[in-house]
Ligand binder design. Structure first.
Ligand SMILES: *Cc1c(COP(=O)(O)O)cnc(C)c1O
Length: 383
């Protein structure tokens, strides 16, 4: 143990005791109190398993957890304990991981468009690895962080990902040479290339294409006299079993592309920035049903009395899209609820995580879906 975790960060449970058992107990306790606020239960053991699985499936890739996906102390401390690095998108995230003692060389500051005061903050806190994708950023870094080691973030083209980052981030291949030349003129050190294929990317070949593109940029760099030694293959790894692409398949594709373009012994260190991968299945949200209303399922304007039949019930819960369900807007995810009955009555009291939209849809089919995972923490994603 390196001492990142202490006992207040988690609760030990017996082997075989599941999240579901814990939820049952907590819901029982909560139903006897007047405060029935929504709450998360996290299975830190699940995060440990994911980490070991990652190292096994991608043995040449070092994971840097994308803190924006869920910045709970328990998650950050567990991953620090396991030896992972951290991908921070802001000063707040850098401060959080440094507050638990993570050394600066385990941090990469990947927001490619940073506020100058935050670049200075990174400089004064020893964080050197940072991403960029444009000339203005290079100018800011040249003036505010003389020891920065920059990673050039290239665009990828995957409109089918649930969060396609290249709309906002990433330099086109065409602009890379100019950026590398400009960095040379400004005396900014470039150490590598990064990309992000987009979250929940259904297209496996996106990784192959991006790794090949990164190789081209390494060669461009070499022509200009750079000795780049870092490849960052970003995030986009699925976090749950029901994702469009299985993690193992993705890992196999990545390993073949790395063998081809960045074979072992080529002197390039490879890192990744998994976010959802680590936390999506570990977190379960419990929400309270605070109200209900019967609604007609007939199209608006039709005569309810005559067509007369299809009714459904809307359940109102005490969390929503401005809170834990922001993932519905940002990531096109659709959480599904599991129903818990409270107090022996017929009225459902709790859903373990649900989203209002899906609750309605599920009930229309007279079926309540069985399992829910909320990938994104309360802070919501930055993308
Ligand atoms: C959000 C983000 C990640 C993590 O993405 P996932 O798809 O959740 O793995 C990685 N890198 C950057 C730059 C990000 O913004």
């Amino acid at each position: 143990m390196s001492g990142y975790l202490d006992e207040s960060d988690f609760m030990m449970v017996e082997e075989g005791f599941t999240t579901r058992d814990l939820l049952e107990n907590l819901l029982m306790e909560v139903s006897q109190t007047s405060d029935k606020g929504a709450f998360f239960v996290a299975d830190l053991g699940d995060i440990v398993k994911k980490h070991l699985h990652f190292l096994k499936a991608l043995p040449h890739v070092k994971p840097f957890y994308a803190v924006k996906c869920n910045s709970s102390k328990g998650v950050v401390r567990t991953l620090a304990e396991l030896g992972a690095g951290f991908d921070c998108a802001s000063k707040t995230e850098i401060a959080l991981v440094q507050s638990i003692g993570v050394p600066p060389d385990k941090i990469i500051y990947t927001n490619p468009c940073k506020q100058i005061s935050q670049i200075k903050y990174a400089a004064s806190h020893g964080v050197q690895l940072m991403a960029f994708d444009n000339e203005v950023e290079l100018g800011k870094v040249a003036r505010s962080h003389p020891h920065a080691r920059m990673v050039l973030c290239i665009a990828t083209d995957n409109p089918r990902s649930s969060a396609c980052l290249s709309v906002k981030f990433g330099a086109t291949l065409k602009s890379c040479r100019h950026l590398l030349e400009t960095a040379k003129e400004m005396n900014v050190e470039i150490v590598g290339v990064s990309f992000h294929v987009g979250s929940d990317c259904p297209d496996l070949q996106a990784f192959t294409r991006s790794i090949a593109d990164a190789r081209l940029v390494f060669e461009m760099g070499a022509e200009l006299g750079y000795k780049m030694h870092l490849l960052d293959i970003g995030g986009g790894f699925p976090g749950t079993e029901n994702s469009k692409v299985r993690f193992e398949e993705m890992a196999a594709t990545i390993n073949s592309a790395l063998d081809l373009y960045f074979p072992e012994g080529c002197g390039v260190e490879i890192i990744a920035k998994p976010g959802r991968y680590y936390v999506a299945s570990a977190f379960t949200l419990a929400v309270n049903v605070v109200d209900k209303q019967e609604v007609s399922l007939d199209p608006p304007g039709s005569d309810d009395e005559e067509s007369g039949s299809k009714k459904s019930i809307l359940y109102y819960i005490n969390d929503g899209i401005y809170g834990s369900f922001s993932c519905i807007f940002f990531n096109r995810t659709c959480p599904s609820p599991i129903l818990h009955k409270g107090g022996g009555g017929s009225v459902p009291r709790f859903f373990t995580a649900a989203c209002p939209a899906l609750t309605v849809r599920a009930l229309r089919r007279y079926k309540i879906c069985i399992r829910i995972h909320a990938a994104i923490g309360r802070n919501g994603p930055l993308i």
